[in-house]
Every structure is written in structure tokens, then in C-alpha cells.
Design a protein around this ligand. Structure first.
Ligand code: ATP
Ligand code: MG
Length: 366
């Protein structure tokens, strides 16, 4: 029976499996967090459950949960045990699910996907969680795996998974007697930012330090754009986008696309949305320079975890062999620049930015 590695990201999920020929990522036309729901995201937004990863192990009254609540297209309810429950329409009935049940459904979907790709039953798995997850949060993810009918052999930290994925490819690591090779891993996803410093020798790795900003990720940059266009459309078209959840969701999607385009292109780019709201077509422009100016408050926060991790590792910049970046948001030039400026060296992209975590999970039990 195969052991699969699962990266449950805030936005994207990946599955990998260790086979005799090496690590394989299971093809991912379902790499979105909630495939069946996301497809209908606009028409069926109240039933589209996303962004719940960080509700694991948290009480409904937790300030983070309360702060997220108004941004969600679905509604949250306080469960009898004080946890946050998620309300969705299920089989024509409003039903409140626990976060474990929702993640359980997602994991079950990933289990089925793996089974159809591998053509055999999949039960055993290794799941990654952010390094800053508390015991309660880990427990909650573990419970979700049981609901999904999976046997979770281990929960490992995202940062450890990435280090494992790196180690396996490097044939030229120092022998155990030699001085280790120190590598910094920087992962910025949709919702969080994680940094680690790891020392490698052949067949051995030691995580020297981990640091993070649990609330800094790609979505903050999407929101900068959303805020800007909401404001602009209020003046230009007299539209109150924030009063219309469907339009707001659409704007979010368009802003994320625009953000990605700006990573590759520094010229002025258009934002056009037809029949956006009240039958009005909206149009505007944005460029990288302006976007970066508006994002200053978030870009500023990139340095702190880098600094903390380096200090904790007790290494100096000269001891660092390479700075490896993963996670979708590290594709932004402004973020890359800050990382490379801090360490005084170019960043490396040895690893597959999207799949490294899942691959590391698969390796853990290979
Ligand atoms: P997390 O690790 O926080 O749980 P995740 O693992 O789901 O989240 P990733 O898949 O690593 O997150 O990254 C998704 C983020 O990367 C999104 O915010 C997405 O917009 C952003 N992103 C992807 N490609 C680019 C790009 N070319 N330029 C800028 N941002 C990008
Ligand atoms: Mg991630």
C-alpha cells in the first residue's frame, strides 16, 4: 500500500507519492483546495468553503476567527463546544459542519484522487502543517484525517518537508565528518510566511531554526488591490462593491490574476470586468511600481522572520550556502528582492515552488 504525502495549503493542495522510480506528484487538475466547490465559486459563493485552514483548533471567539468572519462568503457558527462551525447548504439543507469535518471532506477527496491515480487503495499518509501550529491545531488536523478514513502516520512541519525534499536531490552534500551545508528555506504561501535554517550532511539534516509570520501571505497583497479598486469604483462608478459579496469575490479573483501578471510584467496592466455589478462594466489599470508602494506595510514585514531565523541559528550570513524559496507568493519580485537583499545573495529555486512540501511529506515515509 502506498503512503501519500499531502500538503493542505490555505489555497492549494498537493499530493505526492514515493515510488521506486522516485517521488511523483499526483497530477493536479484538482490542486485547488476544494475542487467541486471552487468550480462554482461565483454562482454558488455561499457554499464555497475556503480559507478554513486556520480555524483548526480555534474557538469561535478567538480574535483571529472573529477578524476573518466578515471576509468569508459563508457563515460561521459557534458550536456547543465553543469551536467555530461552518454553515453550508448540503443536500438542500443548511447544515453546520465542524472544521474537522470540512477538512475531512477535502482530505477524502484527495484520498479518492490518489486512489484513482495510483489505481489502488490509499490509507496511509503524511500531512504537513505550518511550523507554528499549536498542539490543538495539529490535533484538529489529525482528527480530520481520521474522518477522511486516512491513517495519518505523521504530521510534519512544512519547513521540515521542504528540507527533506531538498536533501533528496542533492548528491553532493558534505559527508557526516565534514562541516554541514547550511541552507535557508523561505516559504510564502497564500496565508503565511515560514522560514527555516537547516544544516545538511549526507543522509542527515538538522533544522537549526524556524521563524514565521503566520499572518503574512499572498492574500494580503490581493487585499491591497481589492481595497484600491473598491475605493476607485466607488468614486468612478458609484458602486459599493463591499455590499455585494458576489462582486467582491469576483474582484478578488481578478486582483489575484492581476497580481500574478505584475510579477512577470512591470508595465501598466488593465483590469477589466464585464457586467461587474448593476450591469456596469468596470475598467482600470495598475502597475508593479504603484502596487509595491501600496503594499509597503506588508513588504516591510518580510525581513523580521528572516532576521529571527538567522539569529536563532547562530550562523552568520557567510555560513549560508544557499537561500531556497518556495511557495507561490515568493514569485513576486518585491518579495524575492527583499529576501535576497537581506542575505546578500541571489535566491535559488532548486525546488518546485508548489510541490516541494507534498514531496517532502511523501519522502518522510519512503
Ligand atoms: P499556505 O502555505 O499559506 O497555507 P498555500 O500553500 O495554499 O498557502 P501557495 O500555493 O504556496 O499557498 O501560494 C499561493 C499564493 O501564491 C497565492 O496568494 C497566489 O496568488 C500566490 N502566487 C502564485 N503565483 C504567483 C505569482 N506569479 N506572483 C505572485 N504571487 C503568486
Ligand atoms: Mg503552503
Amino acid at each position: 500500500m502506498s503512503v501519500v504525502g499531502i500538503d493542505v495549503g490555505f489555497q492549494n493542495c498537493y499530493i505526492a507519492v514515493a515510488r521506486s522510480g522516485g517521488i511523483e506528484t499526483i497530477t493536479n487538475d484538482y490542486s485547488d483546495r476544494c475542487t467541486p466547490l471552487l468550480r462554482n465559486v461565483i454562482t454558488n459563493f455561499k457554499n464555497t468553503v475556503h480559507g478554513f485552514k486556520k480555524f483548526h483548533g480555534r474557538a469561535f471567539d478567538d480574535p483571529f476567527v472573529q477578524a476573518e468572519k466578515p471576509k468569508l462568503p459563508y457563515s460561521l457558527h459557534k458550536l456547543a463546544n465553543g469551536n467555530a462551525g461552518i454553515k453550508v447548504r448540503y443536500l438542500d439543507e443548511d447544515k453546520v459542519f465542524t472544521v474537522e469535518q470540512i477538512t475531512g471532506m477535502l482530505l477524502n477527496k484527495l484520498k479518492e484522487t490518489s486512489e484513482s491515480a495510483l489505481k489502488k487503495p490509499v490509507v496511509d499518509c503524511v500531512i504537513s502543517v505550518p511550523s507554528f501550529f499549536t498542539d490543538a491545531e495539529r490535533r484538529s488536523v489529525f482528527d480530520a484525517s481520521q474522518i477522511a478514513g486516512l491513517n495519518c502516520l505523521r504530521l510534519i512541519n512544512d519547513t521540515t518537508a521542504v528540507a527533506l525534499a531538498y536533501g533528496i536531490y542533492k548528491q553532493d552534500l558534505p559527508t557526516p565528518e565534514e562541516r554541514p551545508r547550511n541552507v535557508v528555506f523561505v516559504d510564502m504561501g497564500h496565508s503565511s510566511f515560514q522560514v527555516s535554517v537547516t544544516a545538511f550532511n549526507k543522509g542527515k539534516l538538522k533544522v537549526l531554526a524556524t521563524a514565521f509570520d503566520p499572518y503574512l501571505g499572498g492574500r494580503n497583497f490581493d487585499e491591497v488591490l481589492v481595497d484600491y479598486f473598491c475605493e476607485e469604483f466607488k468614486g468612478k462608478y458609484k458602486l459599493n462593491v463591499r455590499d455585494n459579496p458576489r462582486a467582491l469575490l469576483r474582484l478578488h479573483q481578478e486582483c489575484e490574476k492581476l497580481k500574478k501578471l505584475m510579477s512577470a510584467n512591470s508595465s501598466d496592466l488593465p483590469l477589466n470586468i464585464e457586467c461587474f455589478m448593476n450591469d456596469i462594466d468596470v475598467t482600470s489599470r495598475m502597475n508593479r511600481g504603484h502596487f509595491e508602494e501600496m503594499s509597503a506595510q506588508y513588504l516591510m514585514r518580510v525581513e523580521m522572520p528572516l532576521k529571527t531565523a538567522l539569529e536563532q541559528s547562530k550562523l552568520s550570513r557567510d555560513d549560508i550556502y544557499a537561500v531556497e524559496i518556495v511557495g507561490g507568493a515568493t514569485r513576486s519580485p518585491a518579495i524575492k528582492e527583499r529576501i535576497s537583499k537581506f542575505f546578500g545573495k541571489d535566491v535559488s529555486t532548486t525546488l518546485n515552488a508548489d510541490e516541494a512540501v507534498a514531496r517532502g511529506c511523501a519522502l518522510q515515509c519512503a
